[in-house]
Design a protein around this ligand. Structure first.
Ligand SMILES: [Fe+2]
Length: 255
């Protein structure tokens, strides 16, 4: 942080708030030292960035990067990989899907949030987990860039993402359990939108049928405008493939 007056002002406010908690709960020196050791463990495990994302990322995004009429932003999270291939046919699969995977056709229109006009040639950069909640961290399966057509429409062939418990076996998972919070993220697909080479928006949308919409551990991530219906293509009795529509309004020229 370059601006030390900002650092000093924020620090003073945080310390003041924490002192009030120490007074209110009569926190002892032993409890302070236990807290220090616990924070050391969390830091040694490299978990502070994820912890801050879980607790504060959405508050920060909503406070600093909300534009009227634009699709709500959402956190990038740790699973984004730059350099995903351009998928000319829109197919995000690099290998045959597993037997439990359900095909999903995802489409939507990219528009300018100010004018409402479609944005031909906008690039949608998509990444998502598979049917077991796993991201491909080695290659680019279920990742890829798709160019919007002349009417601003994009079309992706993929599979339904699953809910996942990324922190099940680490200190964050322990903390969430002790706090009585869910250890699951509601099933979602991440997207970034690029216009003329400039990254303008990062968001994610959520499966309307996820049981974790109300308890996603990323505080404030799920909102009704980012919940997308998953429609069986073959009718509700014999669902074998699904379709979803996610339109994206991009704040062009608004930072
Ligand atoms: Fe994710």
């Amino acid at each position: 942080m370059a601006d030390e007056s900002r650092l000093q002002a924020i620090s003073a406010r945080v310390i003041s708030a924490l002192r009030a908690v120490v007074r209110e709960f009569a926190i002892t020196e032993d409890e302070l030292h236990d807290t220090g050791k616990y924070l050391d463990q969390m830091g040694a495990a490299g978990l502070f960035p994820a912890l801050l994302d879980i607790a504060f990322a959405m508050t920060s995004i909503d406070a600093t990067r909300a534009f009227e009429g634009a699709t709500r932003r959402n956190l990038e999270g740790p699973m984004y990989k730059a350099g995903a291939p351009l998928r000319a046919e829109g197919n995000l699969l690099d290998s045959e899907p597993g037997p439990d995977a359900a095909p999903l056709t995802l489409r939507g229109r990219i528009t300018d949030s100010v004018t409402g006009n479609p944005i031909p040639g906008a690039i949608v950069d998509i990444w998502q987990p598979d049917e077991h909640g796993k991201y491909d961290t080695v290659g680019f399966n279920l990742r890829g860039k798709i160019a919007a057509d002349y009417e601003g429409n994009y079309l992706a062939s993929t599979i339904l993402p699953s809910d996942y418990a990324q922190h099940e076996h680490d200190l964050i998972g322990d903390l969430l359990r002790r706090l009585g919070m869910s250890n699951y993220r509601a099933a979602h697909i991440h997207l970034k939108v690029w216009v003329n080479g400039e990254e303008l928006l990062t968001t994610q949308f959520f499966r309307s049928d996820s049981p974790f919409l109300d308890t996603d551990y990323v505080v404030g991530a799920v909102s009704h405008d980012l919940i997308v219906d998953i429609t069986p293509v073959n009718g509700p009795d014999e669902p074998s493939a699904y379709a979803a529509v996610f339109d994206i309004a991009v704040p062009v020229g608004q930072g």
